[in-house]
Design a protein around this ligand. Structure first.
Ligand SMILES: *[C@@H]1O[C@H](CO)[C@@H](O)[C@H](O)[C@H]1NC(C)=O
Ligand SMILES: *[C@@H]1O[C@H](CO)[C@@H](O)[C@H](O)[C@H]1NC(C)=O
Ligand SMILES: *[C@@H]1O[C@H](CO)[C@@H](O)[C@H](O)[C@H]1NC(C)=O
Ligand SMILES: *[C@@H]1O[C@H](CO)[C@@H](O)[C@H](O)[C@H]1NC(C)=O
Ligand SMILES: *[C@@H]1O[C@H](CO)[C@@H](O)[C@H](O)[C@H]1NC(C)=O
Length: 512
């Protein structure tokens, strides 16, 4: 009897639900749109089951005349809507509106009304050119605002007035030529700011100063070659910064010093030539460092990464000129676990380098022109607890007898045999020896002061390496002299193709 009544009630419930859904579909769901309950996550990742009206991709020029009163999520993506003329404030529970990929060109055409519960507004991929003062002030609960991929060239100083709760702002891919710190005075809670791909001529001191809660800043593809030392002042909570695909020729360490809480630093795809001592000074919370796809990167210098107690991962891959990592490049990195060095121009990774990293677990070194001799012998000694990633691609490219063999298959003894004694720095050949060609492996770094700079359009170091870099250099002759010098590793002096550069013509002499 009891079971029976439960079954009846369940049945009755189902009928009611079906009726409600059906009636809504028929009565107030706009034609062609789909109205249903869908899972929805708030900007702070709270899960909800939200009454959703999906009018995506229907070729609409106008919003539907009337929407269901309980609408929480309104999807209008990919239509031709150029204006919203009827306020939506009869939708008391509306939390998200998606107007991305429409034909909006002016905020004046967007009369949404007062929507204090709106949390998320998507307007990316429209034609908006400017944001006047207070144009969004009636949406004062807004937490996420997407304005990326518009034509914004002008944002009034009070363009974001009223958005006290804004946490995420996407302004990337617009036409902004300057950043104003006035904008951000209205948005003190902002945590994520994407503003890359704008033709910003120059980042100014204090540009982001009001953003004391910002955690992530993306400044990708802005053609930035430098930023002033005060550019990041005020970003006391900043954890992540991306300078991806800019034109920095050196690490902007003056500015980075001002963001003490930084954990993730992305410098990928910048024409930086060297990572130098002091570049990452005082970054006590840095966890991950990315220097990949750097067309000009040649060297990671002695003590380049030093005293970074939290650093756990270095990713330096796909750097076609990176041929030199000083044996002491990494110093006091007690937490470093992962070292990604694949697809560079490295002929070796020194055992000292690896042994200086007490917590190292995995190394990726494949797709480098590795020279399988004594320097690399440690890889094969089975004493190392380190895991090599993709060991099947960890191949020797030199000497010729081991070319193409897997490093770990070459016998340790054989690697020993091709290892010749070190020549002390004092007995280094004089300059003329470059021309007479003594094949040699250099294991020390270039001098730091003055740092070698490329002059004119020459590749870095060719013909411009300071004589001082000889001091402290040890060399391993590589066997009988051939007619051609083959300095396998010469930091700061390594041009595009390290294996062919060593032709003994006087203007290419590494010691000049
Ligand atoms: C708005 O949401 C509240 C809480 O979920 C609900 O009680 C109320 O009925 C909703 N309003 C409308 C118009 O659906
Ligand atoms: C978009 O709006 C402009 C006016 O701002 C109008 O000229 C154009 O025809 C509209 N495009 C479409 C596809 O509706
Ligand atoms: C709104 O549009 C954006 C961009 O097209 C899309 O990434 C996002 O998932 C959409 N939101 C919803 C809830 O569909
Ligand atoms: C990038 O900046 C340089 C000067 O720093 C300028 O000559 C060049 O035109 C800029 N490129 C773009 C695409 O804006
Ligand atoms: C190292 O260990 C692997 C398997 O653990 C083994 O196949 C290989 O022969 C060992 N190499 C040396 C040099 O002992």
């Amino acid at each position: 009897m009891k079971d029976m009544s439960v079954a009846v009630r369940v049945f009755a419930g189902l009928m009611t639900a079906a009726f409600v859904l059906a009636s809504r579909d028929k009565a107030d769901c706009p034609q062609q749109c789909v109205c249903e309950i869908r899972p929805w996550f708030s900007p702070t990742s709270v899960y909800m089951e939200a009454p959703t009206v999906d009018c995506n991709d229907l070729g609409l020029f106008l919003l539907p005349e009337r929407l269901p009163a309980d609408t929480q999520v309104l999807l209008l993506q990919t239509n031709n809507i150029a204006s919203v003329t009827k306020a939506l404030d009869y939708l008391s529970n509306i939390t998200e509106i998606n107007l991305s990929q429409n034909n909006l060109s002016s905020m004046a055409e967007l009369a949404l009304g007062s929507l204090p519960r709106l949390l998320s507004l998507h307007m990316e991929e429209n034609w908006l050119g400017s944001l006047p003062n207070s144009c969004l002030a009636q949406l004062n609960g807004l937490q996420e605002l997407y304005l990326n991929h518009n034509l914004l060239s002008n944002i009034a100083p009070g363009g974001f007035l009223g958005l006290w709760n804004l946490q995420r702002l996407h302004l990337n891919s617009n036409r902004l030529q300057a950043i104003s710190s006035h904008w951000f005075q209205a948005t003190p809670r902002l945590e994520i700011l994407m503003i890359g791909e704008n033709p910003i001529a120059k980042i100014q001191d204090m540009n982001f100063e009001p953003l004391t809660n910002l955690r992530s800043l993306v400044l990708a593809r802005m053609n930035l070659s430098e930023i002033p030392d005060g550019a990041l002042v005020g970003l006391d909570q900043l954890e992540s910064i991306s300078f991806y695909d800019n034109t920095f020729s050196r690490v902007p360490h003056g500015a980075l010093k001002k963001v003490q809480s930084l954990k993730f630093l992305d410098l990928n795809k910048n024409p930086i030539q060297r990572i130098q001592r002091g570049d990452l000074a005082d970054m006590l919370h840095l966890k991950e460092f990315g220097i990949s796809s750097m067309p000009e990167l040649v060297s990671i210098d002695s003590f380049a990464l030093s005293n970074l107690p939290e650093l756990s991962k270095i990713e330096a891959t796909n750097n076609p000129k990176l041929s030199y990592i000083h044996p002491n490049a990494f110093h006091k990195l007690p937490r470093l676990e992962t070292l990604m060095l694949n697809s560079n121009a490295l002929s070796a990774l020194h055992r000292i380098t690896v042994e200086s990293l007490p917590n190292l677990r995995e190394v990726s070194m494949h797709s480098n022109p590795l020279r399988c001799d004594c320097v690399l012998r440690w890889v094969n000694m089975n004493r190392t607890r380190i895991r090599f990633m993709e060991p099947e691609s960890l191949l020797c490219s030199e000497p010729p007898e081991f070319e193409g063999q897997r490093v770990r298959q070459v016998q340790v003894r054989e690697m020993m045999e091709i290892c010749l004694p070190l020549i002390s720095p004092g007995s280094l050949p004089p300059v003329s020896a470059c021309v007479t060609a003594v094949p040699c492996r250099c294991t020390a770094g270039p001098s730091l002061n003055p740092s070698p700079r490329s002059t004119g359009s020459r590749p870095p170091g060719s013909g411009s390496c300071p004589a001082r870099s000889r001091t402290g250099t040890t060399c391993t002759p590589r066997g009988p002299s051939k007619s051609r010098a083959s300095w396998s590793v010469k930091p700061g002096c390594t041009p595009a193709s390290p294996t062919t550069w060593w032709a003994p013509t006087s203007d290419r002499c590494p010691w000049r």
